[in-house]
Design a protein. Structure first.
Length: 484
């Protein structure tokens, strides 16, 4: 009888369910232990819901900012008398019901795909057994079942993909009504009139921009000197300028110490003693890995000071036969990276051909308006000498399609090696930058030169034409540098 490898996956998010599909395709006997629903937070409370909400906000912003210039008439008197600049309004309850409906549908689709592949799904919470590896190298996984009782499952390899949860400040505890974590905003029936967003990272910036577009008066509290401190500085500057121009109150170098509810108001106290008030407060101050009480220490799985599981480029932990994937590793907190880590783990565990994770080919996107998409080496890498590269930044305001669509903000930036002209990175700030970055991702992943990118046909007129033009300018710069 042919030996079948037993795989147990703890966590049903992108890292877990993608790993399960790969392992099943490779002939393994696969069990997924899932607590909240397949898809995890990415589908149920994070990526899918937030981007669905943002899709509504994007339509609102596009219309508000360009309908007059494009010659669109509004003939039914829809402007709100209290806000003449706002032409259309939003029913947040209806928006959020659609958000939750789509999230549940996506989770259902994933569950069907996984079960059709022959994967067993156990509802409950899994943890590594305390006995270590057996003589045959297998491990025990204990499952506290959702309907009661505990089940023991043997595994030849275990993948931990338990994700993260919102970080909470001791003096700013979410109540789900006025003080909110990002997982709670989809229960709101009415649009917050005055929303304070604490935290200017990706989550904070996305929600701040979305609610401003939906009609809230937004105050963004940032402890750093600019919005999106981890992103390209030129991109962050564009976004902050857009936020301010649209009426957002951006408070830089302002650290929130506490948030408390007083009746139907929320008071946020800053480190300098200043108090700001609003009707609602959204806390977006980072995340905590879900790695406690998993039996990691007893199993020999090393974690760092933040509780994130340490892994190598093929997703192995420090314990034989135990892998980890996704946000609980802190490698790169993107659903796409989690899925890749999970797939790589299964390829490695099951002896298939495997290519180690290469973070320099990862494309990421901030779903603000405009969006910010990046891939490869960054401005920071070039500035610190990590990568020797030249760059060109081409504003979109000169692009003919951008003019036609009323797009005023954004740019395309390319980084290339000075001698060979190989493209090593790029940034796009534009509507749907998440779609435009793909051509640059292909260039980075395949070591294409600026000449190759520049010589590929683009549609005229199109925003993607700016990518080819930036490549042409880098080619000219390279020629000038060679001739000097």
């Amino acid at each position: 009888m042919e030996h079948v490898t037993r795989i147990v996956i703890i966590g049903g998010g992108p890292g877990g369910y993608e790993a399960a599909l790969v392992a099943a395709q490779l002939g393994a006997e696969v069990t997924v232990v899932d607590r909240d629903g397949l898809g995890g937070s990415a589908v149920l409370t994070d990526c899918v819901p937030s981007k669905t909400l943002i899709a509504t906000a994007e339509v609102m912003t596009s219309f508000d900012s360009s309908y007059e210039e494009l010659g669109i008439l509004v003939a039914d008197g829809t402007p709100d008398p209290a806000d003449p600049a706002r032409v259309v309004g939003v029913d947040l309850g209806k928006v959020n019901r659609r958000v939750k409906r789509l999230a549940i549908a996506q989770s259902h689709d994933i569950t069907q795909a996984v079960t059709r592949a022959g994967v067993t799904v156990l509802r409950g919470r899994g943890r590594l057994g305390g006995g270590g590896q057996a003589i045959d190298g297998s491990r025990e996984v204990l499952v506290d079942l959702a309907d009661g009782g505990t089940e023991s499952v043997r595994a030849d390899a275990v993948l931990i993909a338990t994700g993260v949860r919102p970080r909470e400040l001791p003096d700013a505890q979410p109540d789900g009504e006025r003080i909110l974590a990002w997982t709670q905003v989809y229960d709101l029936e009415e649009l917050p009139r005055e929303l304070i967003v604490v935290g200017s990272g990706v989550t904070g910036a996305e929600f701040a921009g979305a609610y401003q577009a939906l009609g809230s008066n937004v105050t963004l509290v940032s402890s750093r000197d600019r919005v999106l401190p981890g992103e390209d500085p030129d991109a962050a500057e564009v976004l902050e300028d857009v936020f301010r121009r649209r009426g957002m109150n951006v408070m830089s170098r302002s650290r929130a110490e506490s948030a408390k509810r007083i009746g139907d108001r929320v008071e946020v106290t800053l480190a300098d003693g200043k108090v700001i008030t609003g009707t609602h407060c959204l806390m977006a101050v980072g995340s905590i890995p879900n790695t406690a009480d998993l039996g990691l220490e007893e199993a020999g799985v090393a974690v760092n000071d933040w509780g994130q599981i340490k892994v190598d480029r093929v997703s192995r932990t420090s314990a034989p036969g135990v892998y980890a994937a996704g946000d609980c590793t802190g490698v790169f907190m993107l659903a796409s990276v989690a899925a890749m880590q999970g797939r790589i783990a299964m390829y490695h565990a099951l002896g298939d051909a495997v290519q180690p994770l290469n973070l320099k080919t990862v494309a990421s996107n901030v779903f603000t308006d405009p969006e910010i998409a990046t891939v490869g080496y960054t401005h920071a890498d070039v500035s610190c000498g990590k990568m020797d590269a030249v760059e060109v930044k081409l504003p979109l305001r000169g692009n003919p399609r951008a003019k036609m669509q009323g797009i005023r903000d954004g740019f395309v930036k390319l980084f290339a090696r000075p001698g060979t002209g190989i493209v090593v990175g790029g940034v796009v700030v534009a509507p749907r930058a998440s779609e435009l970055i793909h051509s640059i991702s292909l260039a980075v992943d395949n070591n294409l030169t600026v000449e190759q990118v520049a010589s590929a046909f683009t549609v005229y007129p199109s925003l993607s034409g700016s990518t080819a033009e930036a490549a042409r300018q880098l080619h000219i710069r390279k020629r000038e540098g060679a001739g000097s």
